[in-house]
Design a protein around this ligand. Structure first.
Ligand SMILES: Cc1ncc(COP(=O)(O)O)c(C=O)c1O
Length: 364
C-alpha cells in the first residue's frame, strides 16, 4: 500500500536522540531552548515556545489571549476536533463560520456577522496547509480589536504574499505529530510577535512557575521533552526540502491526473503558497468519493477523508448544543479525499497514483 504518511527518520535523528539520552537531561534542557531559538530565527525573531502538542499549544495561546468561561471564539466549521477542544475546555464556546468552497478554509465574509460582545478571539485554520486570507482576517481583528490565533498545525512551511511565512507574524500554533510534514512524535509550538502573549504562554506551559517551586498562576504541564526537541531540530533543518518536494509532487499531479470526475485542489500562486500537508481532491458525490476510495485501496493506494464530518457533525458538539448549520462544510465532508503527496514518494509510486486516479470511472 502506498501510504498517506511515512516519516523520514534517519541517522541524524537517531544520533540526536542518543545525544540527549546520554546527557541525562530529558526535559526543558538545552535542546528545547535551541529548537525555540532556531524556530525564532526562521520566523524573523518571533517569540517561540515549544510545547507538548498542537492541541495544548492552542489552549495556552487562547488562555494567554484571555479566553475563558462564557466567551466566544469564532472558528472554521471544517477542521480536526483538536481545533475546538481547547475552546470548550477553557469554558468558552466555538462559534462556527462556514467555509469557502474553493479553498475549504473559513470564508472571511462569514466572520463579521458572528461577532458579538462575547467574542474573545478568531481562530482560523490553514487547512491542508493552504493559507487563509490573513490580510482580510487581520483587518477584521484591527477593526474590532479581537485577537487572531492561527491554527497552523498543518501549515509549517506555508506562506502568504501579504504576510510572509506562516508563523513569522501574528500568533500561530504548529503541531509536530507523527503525520505532520516535520515531526517528533508529539510536539507543538506557539510562535508570536506579541511579547506579552509569549510571556503568558511560557508561564502557562510549566505550572505557572516564576521560579523553582514558586507559582504565580494556575498553569499546565505542557512541556516539550528534550528528546522531542532534539529530533525536531534535525527535522527542522529539512523543512525547506520537504516543502519543496511536496509542492513538486502537487504540481506533478496537477498536470498529470486527467479525469473529468475528479476536481483537483487549488494550485499555488503568487498570493499564497501551500506546503501541501495534504493534497485533497473532490468528487461530485459521497457515493463517488467512497467508490474512488475503494478503487484506490484495491490498487494499493491509501486515501483518507479529511474530514468525514464537519465540526458540527460530531456527537460531542451536538450533545453540547453548540453546533450550527454550515452547509459548505457539510457538503465538503462528503466529497473530499486526500491522496499521498509526501516528499518520500518514489517516481514509480507517483506514476502509479496518477494512473489509478486517471483510470477510475465513476459507477452511476
Ligand atoms: C488543524 C489541526 N488542529 C489541531 C491539531 C492538533 O495537534 P496535535 O495532534 O499535535 O495535538 C491538528 C493535528 O493533528 C490539526 O491538524
Amino acid at each position: 500500500m502506498i501510504g498517506i504518511s511515512k516519516l523520514s527518520l534517519g541517522r541524524a535523528e537517531e544520533d540526536a536522540a542518543l545525544r540527549v539520552l546520554r546527557t541525562g537531561q530529558l526535559a526543558m534542557g538545552p535542546e528545547t531552548q535551541s529548537v525555540e531559538t532556531e524556530f525564532s530565527k526562521r520566523f524573523g525573531g518571533a517569540d517561540c515556545i515549544a510545547v507538548s502538542n498542537g492541541t495544548v499549544a492552542i489552549t495556552l495561546a487562547l488562555a494567554a489571549m484571555g479566553v475563558g468561561p462564557g466567551d466566544e471564539v469564532i472558528t472554521t466549521a471544517f477542521s480536526f476536533i483538536g481545533t475546538i477542544e481547547p475552546i470548550i475546555q477553557l469554558g468558552a464556546k466555538p462559534v462556527f463560520a462556514d467555509v469557502d468552497l474553493s479553498t475549504a478554509n473559513i470564508d472571511v465574509d462569514n466572520i463579521e456577522p458572528l461577532i458579538t460582545d462575547r467574542t474573545k478571539a478568531i481562530l482560523p485554520v490553514h487547512l491542508y496547509g493552504r493559507p487563509v486570507d490573513l490580510a482580510a482576517i487581520r483587518k477584521i481583528s484591527r477593526d474590532y480589536r479581537i485577537p487572531v490565533l492561527e491554527d497552523a498545525c498543518q501549515a509549517i512551511g506555508s506562506s502568504d504574499a501579504n504576510t510572509g511565512e506562516i508563523g513569522g507574524s501574528g500568533t500561530a500554533v504548529f503541531s509536530f505529530y507523527g503525520s505532520k510534514n516535520i515531526a517528533c512524535g508529539e510536539g507543538g509550538l506557539v510562535a508570536t510577535d506579541d511579547s506579552s502573549i509569549g510571556e503568558r504562554v511560557r508561564l502557562l506551559r510549566s505550572h505557572g512557575s516564576i521560579e523553582t517551586y514558586r507559582h504565580k498562576i494556575v498553569g499546565y504541564n505542557a512541556r516539550m521533552t528534550d528528546l522531542q526537541a532534539a529530533v525536531l531540530r534535525v527535522q527542522l533543518e529539512s523543512l525547506d526540502t520537504v516543502t519543496e518536494g511536496r509542492q513538486l509532487n502537487a504540481a506533478y499531479y496537477q498536470e498529470s491526473i486527467v479525469n473529468d470526475a475528479i476536481l483537483l485542489p487549488p494550485v499555488n500562486n503568487e498570493k499564497s503558497t501551500s506546503c501541501f500537508h495534504q493534497y485533497t481532491i473532490r468528487l461530485s458525490s459521497q457515493a463517488h468519493r467512497n467508490d474512488l476510495q475503494t478503487w484506490a485501496s484495491q490498487h494499493e493506494v491509501e486515501t483518507r477523508a479529511y474530514y468525514p464530518y464537519s465540526l458540527s457533525g460530531h456527537p460531542v458538539v451536538e450533545n453540547l448544543g453548540i453546533g450550527s448549520l454550515c452547509q459548505n462544510a457539510d457538503d465538503l465532508s462528503n466529497v473530499v479525499l486526500s491522496i499521498p503527496v509526501r516528499e518520500t514518494l518514489t517516481i514509480e509510486e507517483k506514476a502509479k497514483i496518477v494512473e489509478v486516479l486517471s483510470t477510475w470511472e465513476p459507477r452511476d
